[in-house]
Unconditional design. Structure first.
Length: 296
């Protein structure tokens, strides 16, 4: 009889744990990212840790907007937005509004390996506009004998940055239109609108309500037939539907068609056959027979 054979190892390595994970380490020399254990072992949402690890692996200048992150991950905008807010609250992520040398205001995103920390060279300095150059004072300089006085160049006019337009507010918006827009998230959780987006869409909804379209009909038109995955902000899709979709006919505005009067059904006085007539009498066959008898 053959002996039983087993491919199991005779004994475990000395010092190896008897349960749990056993790491098989590989020394990487390229294409790797160093992440602190405090971030990798952070309790809470796994999406937050995954988004943080992905942002840490990106080179400087990469786009980390919600749209760019949604294109990479399978999660939707709600989970990605929540992960970014958690990282910002924990001190790993920071958003700054800085002015470029051309006077434009842009939002720059900084990601820290240590919450609230900075790099070895110190925190990055915000961009500052260059100082205007001083023009030489040619009016006080005495011209040489026989020299022609040249016209003093006009001083360069400094461009003052224009103030950023104030965001739209819900103070003057129609409350019923705002209620329709904020209630869309109950039908589709992806249709989450900010206060500025709702303020921009409220006039179009008010126009539909003024035309006699009821709020449930507007909700059905805005939420029906949406794609499985939104590749843009929901406010853009809603704005397109409010602008391009034909205005539905409000309920009760169509006048009912008048039906013709129905001639009653009566029995012939001669043959007792049923026929339709407005006055009681004889049918057509009986009247023809009476005319023939009278003529004969």
């Amino acid at each position: 009889m053959a002996d039983l054979q087993s491919n199991a190892r005779l004994r475990a390595d000395a010092g190896a744990p008897t349960s749990g994970v056993i790491h098989v380490r590989t020394r990487l020399t390229a294409d790797f990212t160093v992440i602190s254990n405090a971030l990798a072992q952070r309790r809470g949402s796994a999406v937050t840790v995954g988004v943080a690890a992905y942002i840490s692996s990106l080179p400087d200048g990469s786009s980390v907007t919600i749209t760019a992150l949604c294109d990479h991950f399978d999660e939707g905008e709600i989970l990605i937005s929540r992960a970014l807010r958690e990282l910002e609250a924990a001190g790993y992520l920071e958003r700054r509004r800085e002015r470029t040398p051309t006077g434009q205001v842009r939002t720059r995103t900084y990601f820290y390996d240590v919450p609230g920390g900075c790099s070895d060279d110190g925190p990055p300095e915000p961009l500052r506009p260059p100082r205007p150059r001083k023009q030489p004072d040619t009016a006080q300089a005495a011209p040489a004998a026989g020299a022609v006085r040249a016209a003093a160049p006009a001083p360069a006019r400094e461009k003052t940055p224009q103030p950023a337009p104030s965001p739209a507010s819900l103070d003057g918006a129609d409350p019923q239109a705002v209620a329709v827009l904020t209630g869309l998230r109950r039908i589709d959780p992806r249709l989450v609108l900010s206060a500025q987006e709702a303020a921009r869409l409220a006039p179009a909804v008010t126009e539909w309500l003024t035309a006699g379209v009821r709020a449930p009909e507007i909700t059905e038109l805005l939420t029906a037939g949406l794609p499985g995955r939104l590749k843009t902000r929901p406010a853009r899709i809603l704005a397109f539907r409010l602008r391009e979709a034909p205005l539905p006919v409000p309920a009760g505005s169509v006048e009912p068609t008048t039906r013709p009067a129905v001639v009653p059904l009566r029995n012939c006085d001669g043959c007792d056959r049923g026929f339709r007539t407005t006055q009681p009498g004889r049918c057509r066959d009986c009247r023809s027979r009476d005319r023939l008898l009278a003529a004969g």
